[in-house]
Write a protein that binds this ligand. Sequence first.
Ligand code: GDP
Length: 530
Amino acid sequence: MSDFQKEIQRRRTFAIISHPDAGKTTMTEKLLLYGGALRLAGTVKSRKSKQHAVSDWMELEKQRGISVTSSVLQFEYKDCKINILDTPGHQDFSEDTYRTLMAADSAVMLIDAAKGVEEQTKKLFHVCRKRGIPIFTFINKMDRHGKEPLDILDELEKVLDIKSYPMNWPIGRGKEFRGIYERATSKIELFTGAGHGTTIVPTKVGDLSDPAIVETMSESVYELLKEDLELLDLAGDAFNMDLVSRGELTPVFFGSALTNFGVGAFLDSFIKMAPAPHEKESSVGVIQPNQSEFSGFVFKIQANMDPAHRDRIAFVRICSGVFHRGMTVKHVPSGKTIRLAQSKQFMAQDATTIDEAYPGDIIGIFDPGIFRIGDTLTEKSSFSYEAIPKFQPELFARVHLRDAMKRKQFVKGIEQLTNEGAAQRFRNPDIGLESPIIGAVGVLQFDVLEHRLTHEYGVDISLEHLPFTLARWAVGVNLTPRDLKSMDNMVVQDDDDNFVVLFRNEWAFNWEAERHKEVSYLEHPPTKGT
Ligand code: GDP
C-alpha cells in the first residue's frame, strides 16, 4: 500500500450527535484525552462558556475571530488519525449542525441513559440515516440510575427504527453499576468510578470464571447479568457488519464519559468498524479518495464576527488527493483559480498553518467572498459533488428594516447572508423583498443574522417572529398563492420562485393537505423543472 493510501485508510472522520446535556462535551474531552495530543479548530466549549448567553458567545466569536461553537478536532489514536466534527448543540443549534453531518463518514450517537432518545438526537439521526452512514451508539451516564438497557434498545428500534447490537453490556445499575461485559470476548472491565479527572483510568479486566471479578458483584447483579446475556443471545439482533456499514444496525456501547469508563473500549471498537473515507458521487460519476487530483467541498462558512476583519473562513472537507500548502485550486462554480496560501487548520488556541492534509481531513481556508455552501474545489477538473441539501426551517420571522434610507444595504446584506447559508430567505409574493421572511432551524441563526446585519452592513432591523413551525414546498399545475392560502397559513416564495406554505403545526398541514389533493407538498424544494 502506498503512503498516500495508508494515510487515507487510517482516517476516521465522524460527528457526535446528541441532545443537549447528554454529555457530548464531556465525551469529546475524554476522546481527546485518549488521543493524547490534540489539534483542534475552535475549541471544545469549556464548561464555563456553555453557560454564556448568546451575546457573550458573540463577544467570544469576536475575540477569537473564529468559530467557537463549531470545531474540528484532530488527534491520533493507535494507528488512526481521527477527525471529530463538532456539531453544536443547545441554543446554537442551526443549519450548520446539519451541514456538518454532510462532511462526516460516520456518526456517534450519544444517549443519556436516563433520558433515552431525545428530540435533537432524533433530528440529527434522521439526517445521518438519509445519508446511509454508519451510526455507533454510546449510552452514557451509566454511573447513575437510568432506564433499563433493554428498554433503551427497544426505544432505538421503536423511535428511530434502527436495529441495534450491544457490543458490551452493563453490569449492575446506578449505584450498583460494576462495569461492562464485552460480548465478543466475554471479558469484563470493572468500573472503579475513579476517573473524574483528566487521566486515563487503568482498567481491571477479567471474566466470569475469575472469583475476584465475581466477588465485586452482589448476587442479584450477577444473576441479572446472566439473564440479560442469555436474553440478548436468544432474542437480540445478530451482528452484521454490512448492516452496520449501511447504517441499518447500530453497535451499542455502554459507559460513563464523566468517569472515563467505557470510553477506551468504545474507541478501540470504533476505529475497527468505522469507515475510512470512501468514494463520493459527483457530476462525472464516482470519485475515489485515492485519485491523485485534490478535490473537496465547502460544508460550512464561518464569517468573522469582528467588523474590522471582514474575512470569512470556508471549511472544506477533502474528498480526494492531497492538499499542499500554497497549492492552486479551482473553485468549480465560478471557474476561478485560488491559491491556498493561507489555508489553516485551527489548533488549540492558535490557528496553525498546515502543510499537508488528506481525504477525510477538514481545512479552513480564507474565503475571498466567492464560496457558497456545497461548492466543489478541484485542482483543474470541472466536476461538482452533490449539493448539500437545504434543511427544513422550523422557525420563521419577518425582518423589518428600521431606517428606510438603508434599504440597499439591507437587501444586499440579507441576500449575501442567506446565500452564504446563514438562514433561508423567503418573500411574500405581494410585498417582495421589502420585509423578507427568514427561516431557520435554530434561534441562534436569527441572532447571528441580526448581529451581522448591524455590524457588517450597518443596518438595524427588528424581527417579528411568526407562529409557524413547518414549511412545505407546494407543487401543482398553475398554482397561485390564492389557491394555497387559508386562514392560518402563510404563502411565500423562495429564491427560485417556488411557492412555500408555512403552517403552524403538523396538524394544520395535514388538514390542508387533505383539502388540497391537487397540490403536492414537498419537504424540500422541487428540483428544477418539476
Ligand atoms: P453536552 O451538553 O452534551 O455537551 O453535555 P456535557 O458534556 O456538558 O454534560 C452535561 C452534564 O452531564 C454535565 O454536568 C456533565 O458533568 C454530566 N455528565 C456527562 N457525562 C456524564 C456521565 O457519564 N455521568 C454523569 N453522572 N454525568 C455526566
